[in-house]
Design a protein around this ligand. Structure first.
Ligand SMILES: [Zn+2]
Length: 482
């Protein structure tokens, strides 16, 4: 089965074929965070969808080359650094670091590169592109000294967002306070320096200033991946004006089609409402983890709904995710405890006493998991196939129908599935010091020394491990980490 993806540009499901003549390499660009605060769970929903996409493509033997930018200069970062009274780079640094910690907690694979907008090499590329757009009459310098894109000159402007320029003027979707512009929809490529920018400025042929947000992505994408990309992702709120502008800028410079497949992730709601600081329902990943959830539980909760459907984040949903992962963990543990190949039913079946077909195991290859993801990343159907498999194989273990070989086959299947989902809580082996602490805690509990047991649990937690007491004894798992 071929992979099909929904392309925002055509508003249709299309068969996925990368540009690479060998059909294997995939160039993928994903818009990254603006580092003026901690990213919120809505941002991470988009990053998790991109992670799922990358992992699925890799499981289908594509080689993914991915770039994610870090926006470390814009109005918000400049305002933040002024309010904090520190230079811009000093202000953004802790948020950059926190972002990578959050990626790890959610088990999101690192992109091949994370270019920063303030990197001199990137700024040079942005200036070069703006120069080309000016030469071609696609941009102009206004009285305020800023350089704007002339959207009237780019015939395809509006094609991604699916509205025309007339509509754009009347909807008021663009700010009208920049009166220097020729057209209300023209967007800034270069923002001339003003006092509010303080020390933040770069020299350019048009005077000191800083790049606009949209040109950052065009420059970084083409500099690192080339003039044409296979896949470009982001949240739906990026479609307009950000991605529309990226197309106009890049194609305006190269004359080539910029992106083959545009994929966008729907909004995240919280308890049925739009997430907003004013509503008190605005959560960063850290807020959710502070409530006692692990990174992998958040990963599961944010990933389990199809990326084009709105996701309603609820605390009940977090509990459901915990239960679902517990079922997966129990199932994997059962399979690892290698069912006996001498179990009566199994021995009978293989001894030729009965028709062995009666005891035929479900086939890992036909479980439907991969097919579901091939179908525009239908994660709900893929998880449905996983839990159906768990139900069926558990039943076979309950009735002693599963032998050690079959269990091994399912563990191998699970390894491939988990390479895509990355939700496993089981560690094949605990690091020595963790195993020691875990064993000490078992002893403390046997001695009914609850205080010591709690101490050891806290110590494990401080090292990033979670000790849980289940009916099968203590279970130690990594807290969301890699
Ligand atoms: Zn972008």
């Amino acid at each position: 089965m071929a992979i099909r993806l929904f392309n925002t540009y055509s508003r249709a499901l299309e068969e996925f074929r990368p540009m690479d003549p060998a059909g294997r390499e995939v160039k993928m660009y994903t818009c990254g965070p603006t580092v003026y605060s901690h990213a919120h769970i809505g941002n991470f929903r988009a990053y998790l969808f991109e992670d799922l996409l990358q992992r699925h493509l890799e499981s289908r033997e594509f080689t993914v080359r991915r770039v994610m930018n870090i926006t470390d200069v814009d109005d918000k970062t400049i305002r933040g650094s002024r309010e904090a009274g520190v230079p811009l780079a000093e202000f953004t640094q802790p948020f950059k670091q926190a972002f990578f910690e959050d990626l790890d907690a959610l088990r999101i694979k690192r992109a091949d590169s994370f270019p920063e907008a303030t990197d001199p090499q990137q700024v040079r590329k942005m200036i070069e592109m703006i120069g080309t757009l000016l030469e071609r009459g696609l941009a102009y310098q206004a009285e305020d000294k800023s350089v704007y894109y002339r959207i009237n000159k780019f015939a395809d402007y509006g094609k991604l967002a699916h509205f025309d320029l007339e509509e754009l003027r009347s909807t008021g979707r663009v700010k009208s306070d920049e009166y220097e512009k020729e057209n209300i929809g023209d967007f800034a490529l270069w923002k001339a320096w003003d006092e509010a920018d303080g020390a933040v400025k770069w020299e350019s042929p048009w005077g000191p200033g800083r790049p606009g947000w949209h040109i950052e992505c065009s420059a970084m994408a083409t500099q690192l991946l080339g003039e044409q990309l296979d896949i470009h992702c982001g949240g739906v709120d990026n479609i307009f004006p950000h991605h529309e502008a990226e197309i106009a800028q890049t194609e305006g410079c190269t004359g080539k089609k910029f992106v083959r497949y545009w994929l966008h992730c729907a909004h995240l709601m919280v308890e049925g409402q739009k997430m907003a600081k004013s509503l008190g329902n605005f959560y960063t990943l850290r807020d959710v983890i502070a409530k006692g959830y692990s990174g992998r539980e958040v990963r599961y909760a944010l990933m389990r709904v199809h990326y084009r459907a709105p996701l309603n984040f609820t605390w009940e949903g977090m509990e459901e995710s915990r239960v679902a992962l517990g079922r997966v963990d129990d199932w994997v543990r059962r399979l690892r405890e290698a069912p006996s190949s001498k179990s009566p039913a199994f021995a009978e079946a293989t001894a030729g006493g009965q028709d062995p077909k009666k005891h035929q195991a479900p086939n890992p290859k036909s479980s439907g998991f991969q097919d579901a993801l091939d179908d525009d990343l239908n994660i709900s159907a893929a998880l449905g196939a996983l839990f159906e498999t768990i139900r069926e194989t558990n039943r076979r273990m309950d009735t002693d129908e599963m032998g050690a070989e079959e269990a091994k086959g399912w563990l191998e299947w699970w390894k491939r599935v988990d390479g895509v989902l990355a939700i496993s809580g089981e560690e094949a082996e605990l690091p020595a010091e963790i195993a020691e602490l875990a064993e000490a805690r078992v002893q403390a509990r046997l001695a009914k020394d609850w205080r010591k047991s709690d101490q050891l649990r806290d110590e494990l937690a401080a090292r990033g491990w979670e000790a849980r007491d289940t009916k099968d004894g203590q279970k130690v798992t990594r807290r969301g980490g890699t």
